[in-house]
Design a protein around this ligand. Structure first.
Ligand SMILES: Nc1nc2c(ncn2[C@@H]2O[C@H](COP(=O)(O)OP(=O)(O)OP(=O)(O)O)[C@@H](O)[C@H]2O)c(=O)[nH]1
Ligand SMILES: [Mg+2]
Length: 687
């Protein structure tokens, strides 16, 4: 095939590309990457996800779960140009890797299936691309399993996109199976061959009529942004083919349309046409740098889109060079400080890193040992560090587990492992609970946290156990009391003597703890009073029900002392005794944290959401249309933190994986009855 660096339309962008493969869960992205690598000669044979032989998903965790759990990156060459593909996970729990990579790419291939259930996921992903102004093509995969007309599928998927889906190919059906396709721009028909380029065939009869109709509808959509083409169509003039290719490229780049191509990734069908569409129509580094506001010049600028900690090569920051050149030894800065000196530039092929020469603008490479760089950072060489281009904040976490090293001796190693874990995946957060010394990992869902725990063991060598994190229960009192606390010890020499009378009374919710000194006439000397308060505070750490005591007022009203035997220690103990003996008589009651929750979900799941909330002791505050999200609702409720624990699992399963929520602490509420008894009993059992 003749190629001279110019596409049929003559406006091809030159140079290395970076393309994201995104799309709903399990739509075939990793398989498509494999097909692309095989088709472009980067690998000998196309592996399969089933056999665990693909370049993407090479980590043990991805193989074990048969799904992508992080972005896979691979660079190949097609017709003389370098292409780096970022195969992003489809599961919403791992979406951060996609979001972190997107700003740096020239275009995205949205891989999807003709499956109505995946439309909300598709919508979610398209929105990210729409918000970032990233040109996108749709690759309608798995058409070997298609059971409906492609045009019907497009109608089904269209609501997920804000701009028209533009069918560029139509299938050729043969006994209810798609055996090939007609390219509507080229006006050529092809019959698929397995793992080989499709064969050109003659079009005739019904297929020819269908082509004419489909082509006209494609041109009509293109003409919406091209007045001249519109006139030609109205006057029945056949537009020149070059003009159509120019329009396709222009409207993709300007994001007026989402071109749709067909294929079967497992058999490598439609892959060559996809690559050619990318070659001729996708923008290149010049357009992408302009989109990100990066000027070409001698200063190098790069965006880190993924971080790996490899066993042999150490830390690798995969970055797209947006301007200038980066080589071995280049010193780089982030917007905040020093990134480090590049120790090796590598070509990435899944989990393999191959040393190479310096990287030029447009190339996507791994940079070795940049200790000060993290995913999302803008790296630069200039005297003045380049401003951060596209920092991506992870979604707020929705689920947590408490983790512990299986062996005590690994405690220190665990700290290092946490650093690596959160560097590789910034959508995980590690929180140390000072109150109960629990270490909790917050993440985006059940699988996300499971994979995080597996990585700690398998990748960083610290096997861990996990359990649900402790809920922050508290207790308070409902009845006031006056209580004496007396500590007296006479054993041989120096004795101990402290004696206090405390007035203990409940305070309104949220008041915390207040201490008041009402001693008159020096019955308890001034210098011992702080010790009394300390003893009280110490005793309140664990009340009669087993939880920290809050919302109460304690006044020191009376007491006595001994000139020789009294001490801070003795008064501390006396304060403690008064509380420990007094509180059980104050009608202690359990308090549980109540959070305000905002759930977002497609509207057809709203009724299910209400049912889920009601079954979890929530008080529903109302629901509304979600602003800026047609077809979605937001449901607001107050619910106990204990019930939010695994809420996400139910929300996801009721929404094909796309529902989510945010929450924040609102207040503490009394909890009585059987449930409270169980919590207290469990607490005692754990002592
Ligand atoms: N019939 C058919 N199956 C396919 C095709 N492409 C992929 N599959 C199968 O679909 C399943 C998922 O494929 P993957 O390539 O892992 O999909 P993915 O989009 O990377 O999945 P995630 O990254 O986990 O979202 C595998 O069992 C593939 O063999 C296709 O064109 N036709
Ligand atoms: Mg995948």
């Amino acid at each position: 095939m003749a190629q001279n660096g110019r596409g049929p339309g003559g406006t091809r962008s030159a140079g290395p590309r970076c393309i994201a493969l995104v799309g709903p869960f399990q739509s075939g992205k990793t398989t498509l990457l494999e097909a692309i690598l095989a088709r472009t000669g980067a690998i000998q044979r196309q592996g399969t996800v089933e056999a665990g032989t693909t370049v993407g998903d090479a980590s043990k965790q991805a193989r074990d779960h048969r799904m992508s759990v992080e972005a896979s990156i691979a660079t190949t060459t097609f017709m003389g140009d370098s292409y780096t593909f970022i195969d992003c996970p489809g599961s919403i729990e791992f979406i951060h890797d996609m979001r972190a990579a997107l700003p740096a790419v020239d275009a995205a291939v949205v891989v999807c299936e003709a499956d109505e259930k995946k439309v909300p996921q598709l919508q979610l992903i398209l929105r990210e691309l729409e918000d970032l102004n990233i040109p996108r093509l749709l690759f309608l995969n798995k058409i070997d399993k298609a059971d409906k007309r492609v045009r019907e599928t497009i109608r089904l998927l269209q609501p997920a996109s804000r701009v028209p889906l533009l069918l560029r190919q139509i299938p050729i059906w043969n006994n209810d199976i798609i055996s090939g396709f007609v390219d509507l721009a080229l006006e050529r028909a092809y019959v698929y061959r397995e793992h080989a380029p499709s064969e050109i065939v003659e079009l005739a009869g019904e297929n020819l009529d269908r082509k004419k109709e489909a082509r006209f509808s494609m041109l009509e959509t293109l003409a919406d942004h091209d007045d001249e083409l519109m006139e030609q169509l109205l006057e029945d003039i056949e537009p020149p083919r070059d003009r159509i290719f120019d329009d396709l490229a222009k409207e993709l780049r300007e994001r007026h349309v989402v071109p749709v191509l067909l294929g079967v990734a497992t058999r490598s069908n439609g892959v060559l046409r996809l690559l050619k569409a990318l070659r001729h129509e996708s923008p290149g580094i010049a357009e992408t740098a302009a989109r990100l506001g990066v000027k070409a010049g001698s200063e190098a600028v790069a965006l880190v889109l993924k971080t790996f900690h490899t066993t042999h090569g150490g830390k690798m920051s995969v970055a797209r060079v947006l301007a200038g050149t980066i080589g071995d030894g280049t010193i780089l800065h982030t917007a905040e400080g020093e990134a480090g000196r590049v120790a090796g530039v590598f070509k990435v092929m899944g989990q393999q890193f191959e040393k190479r020469g310096q990287a030029n603008a447009g190339e996507t490479v791994a940079l070795g040992k940049l200790d000060g760089a993290k995913t999302g950072d803008t790296l630069s060489t200039g005297k003045q560090a380049h401003a951060a281009i596209a920092p991506v904040k992870p979604y707020p976490p929705v689920l947590a587990v408490a983790v512990q090293a299986k062996e005590r001796k690994d405690d220190v190693k665990l700290g290092v492992a946490f650093t690596k874990l959160t560097e590789e995946d910034p959508s995980l957060t590690v929180v140390h609970n000072a109150e109960n010394h629990e270490v909790v990992i917050w993440g985006q869902g059940e699988m996300h946290l499971r994979v995080a725990a597996e990585r700690l063991g398998e990748r960083y060598g610290v096997p861990v156990t996990t359990r649900p994190p402790t809920v922050g229960y508290r207790e308070t009192i409902r009845k006031p009391i006056t209580q004496r606390g007396r500590y007296k010890k006479q054993s041989g020499g120096h004795g101990q003597y402290g004696d206090v009378v405390l007035e203990i009374k409940p305070l309104p919710r949220g008041s915390g703890f207040q201490f008041e000194d009402r001693i008159t006439g020096g019955v308890v000397p001034r210098n011992y009073i702080p010790a009394v308060e300390e003893g009280v505070i110490d005793a309140l750490k664990q009340g009669p029900l087993g939880f920290p005591v809050v919302d109460l007022h304690v006044a020191l009203v009376d007491g006595s002392y001994h000139t020789v035997d009294s001490s801070d220690q003795a008064f501390r103990t006396a304060g403690r005794i008064a509380i420990v003996e007094g509180l059980p008589q104050c009608q202690p009651v359990l308090l549980e944290p109540i959070d305000e929750v905002e759930i977002v979900c497609p509207s057809d799941a709203t009724a299910k959401m209400n049912a889920i909330l009601s079954s979890r002791r929530a008080q529903i505050l109302g629901f509304d249309a979600r602003e800026g999200w047609p077809g979605w609702d937001v449901v607001r409720a107050q619910m106990p933190e204990a019930e939010i624990g695994d809420l996400i699992i139910e929300v996801r399963s009721a929404t094909s994986g796309v529902g989510s929520f945010t929450f924040k602490f609102d207040h503490m509420a009394e909890l009585t009855g059987r449930m409270a008894d169980q919590i207290v009993a469990a607490r005692r059992a754990a002592e």
